[in-house]
Design a protein around this ligand. Structure first.
Ligand code: UD1
Ligand code: CA
Length: 451
């Protein structure tokens, strides 16, 4: 039987934030959710999350499943106190209890599995993950003899000699729950921070083992925003490396970010300052950027997206977008279409080979094949309370600066006169023109100057 406990009750004072520490995000996911995701892979019988500071916010942030339960620790008197509270609330202390700090977010399921295997092979009372760090600052120092741990001393309680020990505690422990429950209430708070330390269980238990792993960034704990950014870099480096080895050219990796979920085809070129976020899929031969932001969007083959922003949309093959286009959620842009300079499109379907090249707003609209939307066209979709639909047929030509007052329907092969304000539907093959006629007053300047 495997029970997991994740410590997430602390405030995270060193983050200097109104957000609880474990709710800060790395590549789109909270620290806590990352730890939970790794634990889910172990298929434990239960995951108990210890919450306290802003507990409702923390609980609400978690993707729930039936194995996940919350335990409240109030006030928070230290990591050992958190497990004391947990022990009191759980009746049966059977099998193994895997304890993880909620602020060590890059821990991999594989490493946890290895820890558990190691723990079983040693028949230990407790085994914990340790690593040798070049800069051990802030971590508890682990003192061992033949892999058995004698004691852990927190940085603040270390003397000069102890501080020079580079073997650190990662904050991830596998306990025999039976052994732990015998001593958990004997922990004291006679240390600099006057806290009850979970690390003191090591000395109280007989068979305490160090499971040392190489420090590759996976065990980095996050106490402040410098460490947060270091972990972000660790994740991003891995993601970008994976894509580059898979056939994606990233011209300037340090200025680009990619979500873990993103799928990117081969021969895609990502130029500087470009970001592919959320559940996006970019297919083969696309050119993204410079300066593009694409979130939760599917982009098919051979598209070009320069200096543009796209949210939650679908872009078919051979589409060109930008520079300076903003595609807002729920758009579908069909093959060979072109969206150009300073164009905003929202909740609209554009059929094949549609052109919206300059300075337009197209919202809640359907545009048929081969239609050209002239510069400065606006679909006026909002009357102050409700949004309305605009439909434009195929092969149409919307004159520059046309305002289409929705709801309005234009048929196929309709032309609108430049500068028209279109308020009525228009049949196939017609010219819709709605503007005052030009009046030429002869000798206007001459007459004026005479007066
Ligand atoms: C802890 C370890 C240290 C280890 C380091 C690894 C102790 C005493 N020290 O130090 O040896 O090297 O992690 O990253 O355990 N929490 C609670 N309730 C509390 C206090 C903390 O749930 O009362 C939670 C926090 O929200 C956090 C985690 O426990 O997620 C660790 O607490 P933190 O204060 O960050 O411990 P460190 O000083 O980093
Ligand atoms: Ca910490």
């Amino acid at each position: 039987m495997l029970t997991v406990a994740i410590l997430a009750a602390g405030k995270g004072t060193r983050m200097a934030s109104s957000l609880p520490k474990v709710l800060h995000k790395l590549s789109g996911k909270t620290l806590l959710q990352r730890v939970i995701n790794s634990c889910n892979e172990l298929k434990p019988d239960k995951i108990l999350i210890i919450v306290g500071h802003k507990s409702k916010e923390v609980e609400d942030s978690v993707l729930k499943n039936k194995n996940i339960h919350f335990i409240t620790q109030n006030p928070q008197k230290g990591t050992g106190h958190a497990i004391q509270v947990l022990s009191q609330q759980v009746k049966k202390h059977e099998g193994k209890l895997l304890v993880l700090n909620g602020d060590v977010p890059l821990i991999k399921a594989e490493t946890l599995k290895d820890l558990i295997k190691y723990h079983d092979s040693k028949r230990a009372d407790v085994s914990l993950i340790t690593s040798r760090k070049k800069d051990p600052h802030g971590y508890g120092r682990v003192f061992t003899e033949n892999n058995r741990i004698e004691r852990i001393v927190e940085e603040k309680d270390c003397n000069k000699d102890e501080r020079s020990n580079l073997l650190t505690n990662a904050g991830i422990y596998c306990f025999s729950w039976k052994s732990l429950s015998k001593i958990i209430n004997n922990l004291k708070s006679n240390n600099k921070q006057k806290e009850i330390y979970l690390t003191d269980t090591i000395t109280l238990l007989k068979n305490s083992y160090s499971f040392e792993v190489e420090d590759n960034g996976e065990l980095q704990g996050i106490n402040n925003r410098v460490q947060l950014s270091e972990c972000e870099e660790t994740i991003q480096t891995l993601i970008k490396k994976k894509h580059m080895l898979g056939g994606v050219t990233i011209i300037h990796p340090p200025s680009c970010t990619i979500s873990e979920e993103a799928i990117i085809g081969i021969d895609v070129i990502i130029e500087a300052n470009s970001h592919i976020r959320g559940n996006s899929k970019i297919s083969n031969n696309c050119k993204i950027g410079p300066n593009s932001f694409i979130k939760d969007t599917i982009v098919n083959n051979n598209c070009e997206i320069i200096n543009s922003t796209i949210f939650n949309s679908k872009i078919m093959d051979h589409v060109k977008i930008g520079p300076y286009s903003h595609i807002r959620p729920d758009c579908e842009i069909s093959s060979y279409s072109k969206i150009g300079n300073f164009v905003e499109i929202k909740n609209s379907q554009l059929d094949e080979e549609v052109k919206v090249n300059h300075l337009s707003y197209i919202g809640d609209s359907k545009v048929g094949k081969y239609t050209n939307i002239g510069a400065g066209t606006i679909t006026a979709n909002f009357d102050g309370t409700k949004k309305y639909q605009t439909n434009i047929g195929k092969n149409s030509s919307i004159g520059a600066n046309t305002v289409l007052i929705a709801p309005v329907n234009l048929g196929d092969s309709v032309t609108t006169g430049a500068g028209s304000v279109i308020t009525k539907d228009s049949q196939n093959n017609s010219l819709a023109i709605a503007r005052s006629k030009q009046v030429n007053i002869k000798n206007w300047k001459k007459n004026k100057s005479k007066n």
